[in-house]
Design a protein around this ligand. Sequence first.
Ligand code: AMP
Length: 441
Amino acid sequence: MASDDQAGGEVKTFKSLGLCDELVEAVGKLNWESPTPIQVEAIPHALDGKDLIALAQTGSGKTAAFALPILQDWIDSSRPKIFACVLAPTRELAIQISEQFEALGYADGLKSAALVGGVDMVQQANMIGKRPHIIVATPGRLLDHVSNTKGFSLGSVKYLVLDEADRLLNEDFEKTLDDILKVIPRQRRTYLFSATMTKKVKKLQRACLRNPVKIEVASKYSTVDTLKQQYRFLPAVHKDCYLVYILTEKSQCTTMVFTRTCDATLLLASMLRNLGIRATPISGHMSQSKRLGALNMFKAGQCNVLICTDVASRGLDFPVDMVINYDIPSNSKDYIHRVGRTARAGRSGVAISLVNQYELEWYIQIEKLIGKKLPEFAAQEVEVLQFLERVTEAKRLATSKLKEKERGSRKRKGEGNEGEDDVVGKYLGHKDGKSRKFRKR
Ligand code: AMP
């Protein structure tokens, strides 16, 4: 990962940041040659005992920026019970952070436990029984264990980290987070890390920081230089055709396609599979084992196109060559997170946004946020529309398959007959290429 853009031109080493020999050896084993900018900025302050608010791009090495100082203190300590608690908004991100802690602390016998929803509570209680040093959790499940798992206490926690902090400080986590903060000692160090960060002082105050050092290694809401970003303005009815065209043109790439709804992930994945494209869906409506199964298939290369909602937009770290915004996010910050899935760790990547007539306003907001006008994705419309017939048929088949499935599950549940149009509408989300929201206008 590039790191020669450090202050004063002086190339820093992990050792020169003040890390101990054990950790210098651990990063060496991971073949990390030098610290990344966020690590250069954050680690010395953290080792100095300061609280941190760090704004770092996704893929910048931010996990290690908070994990290494915590591990250093843990190595120097008498290694008490639960030493640090890291909160993340999504299950996959929590699991990934936990794996990174274990990779860095492996030689020193560090145990980390990921406590996330959708996994058996008893199994997790057994993990807790093995006395982990680090807990990485999604807030809801952590609180479940605090309330229900005998002997589980966060009273020994010395470090609290909120990763993707702006999301965790949002209203949807407010009550859970406040309850967790009540059972974590106030005498602790607190790190907030995020690619985008709220400015609302009130929200930040909830994290109870003490004179935090603010670190910003990238300008706010920027995307990395190795990311090639493009857009294509197109009529809504041709969106599927453009998607298939791009995926066919770039069939060697690993691609994440972002949609707005869970139902759309199912429909698109099915349509693409009908066209011989190895696509799999992932969304918050799937069980945790199915979600992990889909991610593992993608990581193992069994499929090269992951169709996802924003559940997969934050923090996940695996090599992705291309991100396609099939639906333009209405919240521009989501764009930053989505495209941050590619061009990670110094690699290059492509992000293409398919913008229809109804999404233009949202797209303009995105360009404002990132502070640049993006070039257009070049494609001859006649070439793209050569796919039209096959795509229409593949979508028809996918739709009827999903309707069939829906009927089957309703029968099993013994529910009454929903009008056919409702079912199709639910799956399509974008019937006739228009979102429901716009059709209502
Ligand atoms: P993160 O931003 O924490 O998701 O990290 C992105 C990727 O960078 C992960 O795969 C890390 O393993 C990797 N990484 C973190 N620090 C370094 C480093 N100093 N040198 C090389 N790779 C790194």
